[in-house]
Design a protein around this ligand. Structure first.
Ligand SMILES: [Zn+2]
Ligand SMILES: [Zn+2]
Ligand SMILES: [Zn+2]
Length: 700
């Protein structure tokens, strides 16, 4: 949630923030006027809060990790270079009017392409100074730019590359998209103007004449204001928001919310509409917008609460995708001939109609709210915040597996591999809830409610029997639900670098504890390894079906959230050593943690708990992590290079895991009339168990 508030003297936080940096940022809103502030933090009854309740100084005086810039990340590099070109261009002595302040002028300049007008003047400058610009930029960062980065930049500015991804294309494309949008808004204004005129000229004024006319005028006024908003935008701000020049907040392109607020006039002048309207613009990073700006969700900003009620279909298309039931592969339909089975895992259900789904990539949404309703607190039917069913699906091509290592062991299936390009596709399947169609994607069967939209105008449908349309929707007067898409999912995706780690755990073991403990330990090790904040590196779970079996290999995927990757993960995979170092550092930190001295504790915030995902807190165990890490490190000499982890067999592992689970089940088995005892014993010369159930005894 983004709150835009001015001077405050007091801040009350309803929960303990995740880290010191968040804490400082939040309390820093108070006391800006005179340096005095009262800051209260409420500690809830959850482990994270309670920990800091007992050690408040750790939060208040804790070290804040400085953020870094990753020049070798392709997305960052492109922006820095574009900004560098801008600077050199301005330096070359351009005229006052060469770079219009307001976006309206820039859009008017787009066609026909005139070398004297922006952006064509800038593009012409870059074209004619290409080599010089490249050389000077590369020289500026000669000690930090890798060979790959230099190649990337060269491709980015090369003349013949005016295709997607090139500098020229990206600038022109973004501006054209906006021009298209402005055009469509202007058309709607025209349409409304005609309808208003026809209505006013119509002698037969209907019963709802006044209301309908006011509604049309209100809509027209809002759309006109949106056009002015576009025209009045600062040119450089636009380029920043679109990620064409440096934007540190979020490297992935953001999603816009346009909030329209209207209020009925108390007194109206002759010939005027009955409403006042205001429009506001907000931008959210795609990663949070997929939930925060989802259809029908509420958004809080500027002291108002608004509801997302329309998806802009001028800038988003409804796409048809096929999502595999078994693995995490998905494909946009229409690019290649359809396949009868999943090209990744071979699942025959791939071609099933049920796996074919409509998806929309959010770019821009609208919220139209009355002034009264938008006032926070005025709302009587306060809704609970929405929670969504989301999945992050990893997709990659085997050719992008560049380095892979596995343990040459019969007992433990373990390894890690570098993916130079992996696509992460996050899908929002709609609000959580029991009453929805159950669908299986990537091995997960869930009720997926999805969203409902008008195909043409993007108005959000509430499934309450009443169909909603925008006033300018072409299908407004047709009472047909054929115009609606009942079942649409939202998605976002980005490509980056990743390391896939095969865990010595299978889905059969149900061993959530091992999985989560290892995950936390990995984060601890990474933090030690990079000696600082590595917030741009995230970890997600990933499963891979094993052909001709019903079990799945469990992976952790360490990925770079900066599109294109920052080079951090590549650095970790230059041999098998750095990753083993990460594990060793994690193990050392766990062994040295003061919580070892307290027999009650199996981890604390100084070691693993700092990396918990709050809902899974109970699953994290320091001892389990230590056991896992020690066993892997003991065998580190047996780490060998391999082609891909896909071929690492887990059968052996499966046997021993199943056995372990069987023993565990026996151990837990206790009947009221049955006396069960399980003790370790040597059986047939191997370690085994002696099991006694009632009057019977077995050797296992
Ligand atoms: Zn598949
Ligand atoms: Zn419609
Ligand atoms: Zn600890």
């Amino acid at each position: 949630m983004r709150i835009d508030i001015g001077d405050l003297s007091t801040v009350v936080l309803c929960s303990v923030p995740p880290a010191q940096a968040n804490y400082l940022q939040r309390i820093g809103r108070a006391g800006r006027r005179d340096g005095n502030a009262l800051n209260l933090t409420v500690a809830n009854a959850r482990p994270h809060d309670l920990y800091f309740f007992s050690n408040p100084k750790e939060m208040i005086t804790g070290r804040v990790e400085p953020p870094g810039v990753f020049l070798n990340a392709s997305a960052v590099l492109e922006r820095q270079f574009t900004a560098f070109c801008f600077d050199r261009w301005v330096e070359s002595g351009i005229s006052e009017t060469a770079l219009p302040m307001r976006l309206g002028h820039v859009l008017n300049n787009l066609e026909p392409a005139d070398r004297r007008k922006f952006p064509h003047n800038l593009l012409y400058f870059i074209e004619t100074h290409r080599t010089e610009l490249l050389d000077r930029f590369i020289e500026l960062f000669s000690d930090s730019l890798t060979e790959d980065s230099r190649d990337h930049l060269t491709r980015f500015v090369r003349e013949e590359e005016s295709g997607p991804g090139s500098l020229r294309y990206r600038i022109v494309e973004e501006l054209h998209n906006l021009k298209k949008e402005r055009h469509s808004l202007q058309n709607k204004v025209k349409l409304l103007r005609d309808r208003i005129r026809r209505k006013e000229e119509d002698p037969a004024k209907g019963k709802n004449y006044e209301t309908e006319l006011d509604e049309l005028k209100r809509e027209k006024s809002a759309l006109q204001k949106l056009v002015s908003l576009i025209n009045g935008r600062d040119t450089l701000n636009f380029l920043t928001d679109e990620g064409l020049i440096p934007n540190y907040a979020f490297p992935e392109a953001g999603v816009q919310l346009r909030s329209i607020i209207y209020r009925k006039k108390q007194k109206r002048q002759e010939g005027e509409g009955g409403y006042n309207t205001w429009v506001y613009e907000y931008e959210r990073p795609a990663a949070s917008a997929i939930a925060e700006l989802a259809p029908a969700n509420h958004f809080y900003a500027g002291g108002r609460k608004v509801r997302v009620d329309q998806v802009d279909m001028n800038v988003s298309q409804v796409e048809t995708w096929r999502i595999c039931n078994n693995c995490s592969h998905s494909e946009l339909i229409g690019l290649e001939p359809e396949k009868s089975s999943c090209p990744n895992c071979g699942s025959m259900l791939w071609s099933d109609e049920g796996q074919k789904r409509s998806m929309v990539r959010l770019r821009q949404v609208f919220a139209t709210t009355s002034d009264r309703e938008s006032r926070i607190g005025d709302d009587s039917d306060e809704r609970e915040p929405s929670f969504y069913e989301k999945q992050l699906l990893l997709d990659f091509n085997q050719e992008h597996v560049t380095d892979a290592y596995r343990l040459d062991s019969d007992d433990v299936a373990f390894g890690f591999e570098f993916l130079s390009k992996a696509t992460f596709r996050e899908i929002n399947f709609g609000e959580k809830g029991e009453f929805a169609e159950k669908v299986t994607f990537a091995g997960v069967e869930l009720p997926r409610k999805a969203f409902g939209l008008c195909r043409h105008c993007g108005k959000v449908q509430d499934h309450n029997g009443r169909i909603k349309h925008g006033l300018t929707c072409t299908s407004r007067d047709q009472e047909s639900d054929r115009n609606l898409i009942d079942c649409v999912y939202l998605y976002r995706d980005f490509s980056s670098e990743a390391i896939r780690i095969l865990l010595p755990v299978t889905t059969f073991t149900g061993s959530e504890r091992k999985h989560h403990s290892f995950l936390a330990a990995l984060q601890l090790g990474l933090k030690r390894k990079f000696e600082g904040s590595v917030d741009h590196l995230r970890i997600t779970d990933h499963e891979e079906p094993v052909p001709e079996t019903s079990y799945r290999k469990k992976y952790l995927v360490l990925f770079d959230t900066v599109p294109g990757g920052t080079g951090y993960l590549k650095q970790l995979m230059r041999s098998e050593q750095p990753m083993m170092e990460v594990f060793q550092l994690a193990l050392d930190a766990l062994k040295a943690c003061p919580c070892n001295e307290d027999p009650e504790k199996d981890g604390c915030y100084q070691c693993l708990y700092a990396y918990k995902n709050s809902t899974r807190m109970t699953e994290i165990s320091r001892d389990t992590a230590m056991e896992l890490l020690s066993s892997l490190l003991r065998q580190k000499e047996r780490l060998v290079k391999t082609d891909t982890l896909k071929n690492v067999k887990v059968n052996v592992l499966f046997d021993s895991e199943l056995e372990a689970r069987f023993i565990e089940a026996l151990r837990r088995f206790r009947g009221p009339e049955l006396d069960v005892a399980l003790t370790k014993e040597v059986v047939n010369g191997k370690p085994g168990y002696f099991l006694k159930i009632g009057g019977m005894a077995y050797r296992v």
